[in-house]
Design a binder for this molecule. Structure first.
Ligand code: GDP
Ligand code: MG
Length: 178
């Protein structure tokens, strides 16, 4: 998007099954946790205007990472088009956590000269008894990868609103420092 505009393209990436679409559905307002209307632009693209810190921001959320039907090009496309990224893993699945690190590296390679806002998202925090990745590990990984960290639960809608507000703040921080 052009500089100065307040419309941000945010891309969900991460292993299949970690909860990307569940988070997108909450964003889309299926469960009405964020007030304002959502426009569904395609089967895996959602647009909604959020009020964050007294300023409105339009977020276009892309949830097409697992879209196999479109082929491999869709992942290259995802890596190129985001103004910001949510790299999601499940706290109950260590392999998905390791995958998140790989994706961070891929993203850095794809967008070398850019300082892309990223939030590392440990989802399914409600499944406490199945936890395989500690909060400390998630936080440490985010430090190494120079991004923000949050644990969420799409199931009980914990920290989901905070996640989308957080990514808007991250984009603004970079915009304001230019
Ligand atoms: P995606 O493949 O990354 O899009 O993941 P989905 O959103 O399709 O979720 C995969 C499965 O995990 C579904 O059965 C969801 O209901 C479940 N799920 C997603 N988020 C959570 C969560 O926060 N807690 C729990 N307990 N289950 C979740
Ligand atoms: Mg999905």
């Amino acid at each position: 998007s052009e500089s100065g505009s307040s419309c941000y393209r945010v891309v969900l990436i991460g292993e299949h099954g970690v909860g990307k679409s569940s988070l997108a559905n909450i964003f889309a307002g299926v469960h009405d946790s964020i007030d304002s209307d959502c426009e569904v632009l395609g089967e895996d693209t959602y647009e909604r205007t959020l009020m964050v810190d007294g300023e409105s921001a339009t977020v276009v959320l892309l949830d097409m990472w697992d879209n196999k039907r479109e082929g491999e090009w869709i992942r290259d496309h995802c890596m190129q088009v985001g103004d910001a990224y949510l790299i999601v893993y499940s706290i109950t699945d260590r392999a998905s956590f390791e995958k998140a690190s790989e994706l961070r590296i891929q993203l850095r390679r794809a967008r070398q000269k850019e300082d892309i806002p990223i939030i590392l998202v440990g989802n399914k925090s409600d499944l406490v008894r199945c936890r395989e990745v500690s909060v400390a590990e998630g936080r440490a990984c985010a430090v190494v990868f120079d991004c923000k960290f949050i644990e969420t639960s799409a199931a009980v809608q914990h920290n989901v609103k905070e996640l989308f507000e957080g990514i808007v703040r991250q984009v603004r921080l970079r915009r304001d420092s230019k």
